[in-house]
Design a protein around this ligand. Structure first.
Ligand code: DC
Length: 243
């Protein structure tokens, strides 16, 4: 049994995963793992090397010689691609576009899932993505599926982009999100779907603080129950006759 649980947070784009996962991790003193950032780093390198969606072999070869790492720096998560900090570069619209095909290849997913499992194995992590509770760590102790109405998700993403100085209409953002949802849910390998044992948290009308409180509450309930179970097992062992 892991000392600390794994918290798996899945959900569609702009459902609030990153903000929520970061704050839940901070409240619990756990490590935050943004798996989308790992796929984005590979997409950035594919763009740098001029690899297109039809160049499977070149992409495969590139993945084999690429080092992707997440590091915590000053309470923030930084993404390193072959030692270079690409935290900001992976958020460009070009990368957002490229990652939607890069992440569909089984060899890409296998490489990233292997790293993600290594990061999760000791517990004490809040890992967010699309396939965490279903594929990466199906035995995660706490599973959450964050969702929100597409219009609300579009408004959030639009506000974020405007703050970053990106000039885009709300309609365009909504269309883009709908298209990303379609690609994420319909892809052949590890599509976005709710694990049967994940609790759905609809964030449409929740504040970030409420989202975080709910998930931290789930972890506390899990920990309290686990303590009870351990105590129960111990007391049962005491009752067993010694042979
Ligand atoms: O969460 P995000 O928008 O940064 O994710 C970037 C892309 O990576 C997105 O197209 C979905 C994909 N992704 C994935 O396929 N599996 C994950 N575990 C995380 C992200």
């Amino acid at each position: 049994m892991r000392r600390k649980p794994i918290v798996a947070i899945d959900g569609p784009a702009a459902s609030g995963k990153s903000t929520t996962a970061r704050l839940v991790a901070r409240r619990l003193g756990y490590i935050w793992v943004d798996t989308g950032a790992m796929y984005r780093a590979l997409a950035l390198k594919a763009l740098w090397e001029g690899i297109g969606s039809e160049n499977h072999e070149r992409l495969k070869e590139m993945v084999g010689r690429t080092d992707v790492r997440l590091k915590e720096r000053g309470g923030d998560l930084r993404v390193f691609l072959d030692g270079e900090d690409v935290t900001e570069a992976i958020r460009s619209p070009e990368v957002t576009h490229a990652v939607s095909w890069v992440c569909t290849f089984p060899f890409v997913r296998q490489a990233m899932v292997k790293l993600q499992r290594e990061m999760a194995c000791d517990g004490g992590v809040v890992m967010e993505g699309r396939d965490i509770g279903t594929v990466v760590v199906p035995d995660a102790e706490v599973k959450v599926f964050l969702d929100a109405d597409v219009k609300e998700r579009a408004r959030r993403r639009w506000r974020e982009l405007r703050e970053r100085g990106v000039d885009v209409s709300l309609d365009e953002v909504e269309q883009d999100l709908t298209e990303r949802d379609r690609k994420d849910t319909e892809r052949e390998h590890a599509p976005l779907c709710r694990a049967p044992d994940a609790l759905v948290v609809d964030t449409t009308s929740l504040s970030v603080e409420e989202q975080v409180d709910r998930i931290v509450g789930m972890v506390k309930v899990y920990m309290a129950n686990r303590k009870k179970q351990i105590a129960k097992r111990k007391s049962q062992n005491l009752l067993k006759p010694c042979v």
